[in-house]
Design a protein around this ligand. Sequence first.
Ligand SMILES: *[C@@H]1O[C@H](CO)[C@@H](O)[C@H](O)[C@H]1NC(C)=O
Ligand SMILES: *[C@@H]1O[C@H](CO)[C@@H](O)[C@H](O)[C@H]1NC(C)=O
Ligand SMILES: *[C@@H]1O[C@H](CO)[C@@H](O)[C@H](O)[C@H]1NC(C)=O
Length: 523
Amino acid sequence: MAVLVPLVCVCLLSFAKGQNLELSSDEFPEDFLFGTATSAYQTEGAWNVNGKGENIWDYLTHNYPDRIADGSNADISCDTYHHVEDDVAILRDLGVDYYRFSISWSRLLPNGFSHEINDDAVRYYNFLIDALLNNGITPMVTLYHWDLPQILQKLGGWSNVNIVDYFTDYANVAFENFGDRVRYWITFNEPDLFCEAYGALEFAPIEVKADGIGDYLCSHHVLLAHASAYHLYNESFKTTQRGSLGIALSSRWYLPNTTSVEDIEAANRFLQFKVGRFAHPIYIGDYPEIVKNLVAIRSQEEGFPYSRLPEFTPTEIDYIRGSSDFFGLNFYTAELAANGPQNVPTAPSYNRDHNVVIEPENPWQATPISWLKVTPWGFQEVLIWLKNEYSNPLIFVTENGVPDAENYNDEERIYYLRTHLSALLSAIAEGVNVKMYTFWSLFDNFEWDLGYTVKFGLYHVNMSDPSRTREPKASAQIYKQIINNRRLIINDISVDNGGPESILCNICLIVGGLLIVFRNYLN
Ligand SMILES: *[C@@H]1O[C@H](CO)[C@@H](O)[C@H](O)[C@H]1NC(C)=O
Ligand SMILES: *[C@@H]1O[C@H](CO)[C@@H](O)[C@H](O)[C@H]1NC(C)=O
Ligand SMILES: *[C@@H]1O[C@H](CO)[C@@H](O)[C@H](O)[C@H]1NC(C)=O
């Protein structure tokens, strides 16, 4: 009997180990940092409190609730506006090195323009930044996480070239008021997505819908605004504030749907339309040739006198090139890319320009969001692609995460977290210069068009409780352990996941140990 128990333990341990054989045993480099993230509209609440102005997501959710899966809005959401001290205590307990959050433009500048600064917003963000620093957490601040002041949208938003100046003015107010304590600035979060809202995508702003035109105007002005903010920071703030500034781009990994040359080209082409359209101007100069050529050809076929993709002047190309201290990468999933049908163009269309169709059926592990599959190998592929494509840039992973099936024992998030961190370690071993990992998200929050129907948080937030109680899920404990241990596997056992098998293992280890002691005592 005394021999049996340790034997069972060995079996259970090797079972637990076998499940995680694919995990890297490497240690995270000494200067590698861990964080977590939220954004203003998704979590702050207090949508009209103390002078905050209306933004395009307030406008969309209030006027078009049918566009949101559960008809909800983020008027209150997690109410982080009223929970600074509690939330910083949670972050401190989690042990993160930094916290990524965004500033609400319409809270800081209620009229969109910089002539009137809302004192309450300055107070609020100062309070948050100081609380973070007092707890040893570095602030990483996003200037634009999709929430344009509605008044600027009325003037055309990102399709109006004057937005470049308006954004620079806003950035200047942020640098002046908070930059003495902010170490990392991110100008834009996932511009590919919010720019598609100026085209066919059902997102804010909701009333433009200029497919194949508005989307390109938006990305053009976003790039100019990004570069303008970069040069402002570099010239007027960097020497005294000593921070760094970059942009957060979303990239999925596109695998060809079949081994045909057409599908292989489609996968490469989609990376250039989605990622290269933003990263190529910043890291190499100008738009990728394939994007310029395809939009020009389509535009000509449609009878346009010039390409629907605006052109950068040589001065602008130089101005944008080199305008990032780091590459912010948001990665969630891989997808299967197929070459689209060669139909005759009738009206301008971004989708027809790239002519890539995503195959919805794939064999990868599903999540509550149909497009989001668990593909850690895709994470590694994207990191290596970025290294090769842009001459080994400094990369910060600015988002990575997965929704759970509404439970506190979120095994699926733990699996996603570990396998993606393992893929990241493998990428580091292959020479990718990645120095930060940001888990999305700290809290369950308002997930845009999906409302509160999906949960991305390490912490559950009770949205029907007026005090918005936060409760850690199992993954919060695991992330904390990983940050603390700086590796995924300790002493040949993957970090305790708190799940049933590891609890069983611990129990039988203790019982086995006691039996051995007891046997020795008898002898
Ligand atoms: C940033 O500013 C420094 C000092 O003024 C300058 O040498 C450098 O070229 C600037 N960087 C970029 C990318 O413009
Ligand atoms: C992907 O390939 C499969 C055959 O392997 C085919 O049935 C499917 O239609 C393709 N998907 C697309 C979007 O072309
Ligand atoms: C959420 O809060 C409400 C109201 O306080 C409470 O009745 C409910 O049990 C809570 N739900 C969870 C899952 O804690």
